[in-house]
Design a protein around this ligand. Structure first.
Ligand SMILES: [Zn+2]
Length: 141
């Protein structure tokens, strides 16, 4: 399943070249061409799915597992000290390529990526009065 105008489908099929770090029957991992850190990579399912809510569960499990393995490889080899995994799901969450993908972002001391600072700036205490309503609204099976 390929979407004609999708840049990631073209990368999967080889119409657009990429630096491949990994490939199996369902998933590829490539270097991001606009990295935010050295080694910033993307894990991409070969089949075209736009969103987390439309991807086959088994396919998402494969994407997550390859991201886990790449992350472990980055750390075990000493290439970086840590990683962040990031996935943007829908435009409102800053998704820009609508073929689901997971970022693996190698992290090093002093790399200038200040997720911790940003997190502290925007986080807030969950008010006890909201907890019950939110729990009711978001509980799922
Ligand atoms: Zn695609």
């Amino acid at each position: 399943m390929e979407s004609e105008d999708c840049v990631f489908c073209k990368i999967v099929s080889g119409k657009i070249p990429s630096a491949r770090l990994y490939e199996d029957e369902g998933v590829i991992a490539i270097l991001d061409i606009n990295p935010i850190s050295d080694g910033h990579s993307l894990v991409i399912p070969k089949k075209h799915f736009e969103f987390l809510d439309t991807i086959e569960p088994g396919t998402f499990s494969k994407v997550a597992d390859v991201a886990r393995r790449l992350s472990s490889h980055i750390i075990k080899t000493g290439y970086a000290e840590g990683t962040n995994l990031f996935l943007a799901n829908h435009e409102k969450a800053d998704q820009t390529v609508f073929h689901l993908h997971m970022h693996v972002i190698p992290r090093r001391k002093g790399d200038g990526i200040e997720i911790g600072r940003w997190w502290k700036e925007i986080s807030f205490n969950l008010e006890p009065s909201k907890t019950e309503a939110l729990t009711k609204k978001l509980t799922f099976k």
